[in-house]
Design a protein around this ligand. Sequence first.
Ligand code: FES
Ligand code: FES
Length: 159
Amino acid sequence: MKKLIEFTLNGRKVRVEVEPNELLLNVLREKLCLTGTKYACGIGECGACTVLVDGEAVLSCLTLAIEVDGKNVVTIEGLAKDGKLDVIQEAFLDEGAVQCGYCIPGFILTAKALLKENPSPTEDEIREYIKGNLCRCTGYVNIVRAIKRASELIKEGEK
Ligand code: FES
Ligand code: FES
């Protein structure tokens, strides 16, 4: 039987009817038309479907939509504010960390969770945190550099 859930999505309240077994990934992409959250492996092994739930990075392909009832969900579409990209998005562009781009929303949201938890991560800490995110194009070097740069830009912005 369908259930009506309500949650905050990128700063706005949304209400949507979902099946008890419906995945958050499918609700975001198909019912709410937010296709920035990517479907890739579908089994929790690539990180492409990462979103933030109450500030934590979660895999939306392994999360039931009913689990986010009453919670705060952020997708890649929710990061830019007033037409200005988030600092992590800027850093990915500055460091040339994007090739085909398919994995990038997942990396950026994972980086967002990392920098909230640990504002000054070392390169090793970054690599450890993003180990669940796979990229078939970049070789990771520029992605790690971009996350480091974002942490520096955030610190500079706080001065
Ligand atoms: S699509 Fe969710 S981890 Fe790969
Ligand atoms: S940029 Fe293509 S998979 Fe990462």
